[in-house]
Design a protein around this ligand. Structure first.
Ligand SMILES: [Fe+2]
Length: 320
């Protein structure tokens, strides 16, 4: 059973307990989430001018479109205003800034149809973020930037909360991934040849839950939830913003969603910043998640350094 809590008046502790059981939360826009999505709109409008960002794909060749995204996305990710607004969002929804850590927000796009691909396979790609070295306590926060519809939102696949899926996370080490990402960025490779965790068996994506909220509305879910981006048949490009949080007590106590099928190594915990002062965890905390000390690789992800232009355009909802 998967419950969807709407505008729940609940403490952050109680909400995380529900999230760790696979339940979903939806909130109306808060002051800061409204500002964050407005800010994303402004940057997108500026980047695509004179075109409307939601329909610019019809006026621009894919290469040009990808070039625009390659500038727009890092600008958003690294903008100091975003960090302040994330602190605002989590505290407005009851989290304690001194106890909550977040990673930098991503601005994602999902163009209509097959603009960037001969097929839409990459768009489906159901996954758990925990296949990609997210800790079991990771909570994902997702917001549409413009109005969305069932045809261009994201989907949850609740049967897989308790049903394991054979997947390739056993081959994924987060530090190696970070290192290879950097190397590939330097080479300006346009196609993604890196191996990302994915299901190794056919999946049944029904039943699925598609939540539709207004721009700046917030969908919150456990990083262990099976989720995917739906093939966009809406006629408009979808823009969304997402970030993840962890609570320090849960990280230290190793609390979180049950792990039923993830075998990756390494942890993303070093990417997270404390909401009160943007300081990272003391090293012993993420280090406790490393069964074997990392021998080779980069411990911390460098957002968007890893992405080439086309890959950037395709960064629909990959965990990284
Ligand atoms: Fe994800």
């Amino acid at each position: 059973m998967t419950a969807v809590f709407v505008n729940a008046k609940m403490s952050d502790d109680d909400r995380r307990a529900q999230l760790y059981q696979g339940h979903l939360f939806v909130y109306s826009p808060t002051k800061s989430s409204h500002e964050l999505t407005k800010f994303a709109q402004e940057l997108a409008q500026e980047a695509f001018a004179p075109h409307d960002p939601q329909t610019a794909q019809y006026a621009l060749p894919a290469e040009k479109y990808a070039e625009i995204l390659a500038v727009l996305k890092p600008k958003f990710i690294h903008h100091p205003r975003c960090k302040e607004l994330i602190r605002g969002i989590v505290t407005e929804l009851g989290a304690v800034a001194e106890e909550t850590y977040f990673d930098v927000p991503r601005l994602r796009t999902m163009t209509h149809g097959d603009y960037f691909s001969a097929g839409l396979a990459y768009a489906f790609h159901p996954h758990r973020d925990t296949w990609f070295s997210a800790p079991p306590s990771q909570v994902n926060w997702w917001m549409p930037v413009y109005a969305i519809q069932p045809e261009n939102t994201m989907a949850f696949h609740p049967r897989y909360w308790t049903q394991p899926v054979r997947n390739s996370s056993r081959d994924y080490n987060y530090y190696r991934w970070n290192k290879e990402s950097r190397r590939e960025a330097a080479k300006q490779i346009k196609t993604d040849t890196r191996k990302q965790p994915q299901a190794e068996v056919p999946m049944d994506l029904e039943p699925q839950i598609r939540l539709v909220c207004e721009p700046g509305g917030i969908i919150i879910f456990s990083g262990a939830c099976m989720h995917s981006t739906v093939p966009n048949t809406s006629g408009q490009t979808r823009f969304s913003v997402d970030f993840r949080t962890v609570h320090t007590d849960d990280v230290v106590a190793r609390r979180g969603a049950p792990n039923i099928d993830s075998e990756c190594t390494g942890t993303t915990l070093r990417d997270f910043l404390r909401a009160s002062d943007f300081v990272r965890f003391a090293e012993e905390i993420p280090a406790a998640y490393d069964e074997h000390p990392p021998e080779d690789g980069e411990l911390i992800f460098q957002p968007e350094m890893s992405t080439s232009t086309i890959e950037n355009a395709r960064s629909v909802h990959s965990p990284k």
